[in-house]
Design a protein around this ligand. Sequence first.
Ligand code: SF4
Length: 167
Amino acid sequence: MQKILVSACLLGEKVRYDGEACRQGGVLEQWQREGRIVSLCPEVAGGLPIPRPPAEVRGGNAEAVLRGQQHVERENGDDVSDAFIDGAEAALALCIRHKIQIAILKEGSPSCGVNRVNDGTFAKKKIRGMGVTARLLQRHGIAVFSELQTALALQALTGLEDRMQAE
Ligand code: SF4
């Protein structure tokens, strides 16, 4: 059975920076019942505490962070790039271990955002971009979807399992 990586906070785990969760029901509950879900909070896996000060990707450019050309910082300027990269690598290792090809990640997060993230100015301004984990997984060929795109993820899963059955 094809497994799916899901941001831990979407499953009700209180791992967010503010110590809260943001549980998402629907197809995630169905996949949980089917035993498909592998969950991880990349920021906690990278060694950050709960709760923790919010951080943003400078310029919203996660690819530049992965290349060491940009930083993830807290509002006071503390550089937490290493923890974010460690968390992204832990997520990738989990995907490789479970042969995961699809991930559902929390939109807007500096780790998990799929389509938009804060712009790095702490002005609550969202711009087009990805979180560090989302970008690393995408770089390695994993299809990443936000919790707002579960219909697309379901389509991708059906297509993947149809192809696997045909082989
Ligand atoms: Fe952890 Fe990602 Fe959820 Fe943030 S969005 S709390 S990094 S799982």
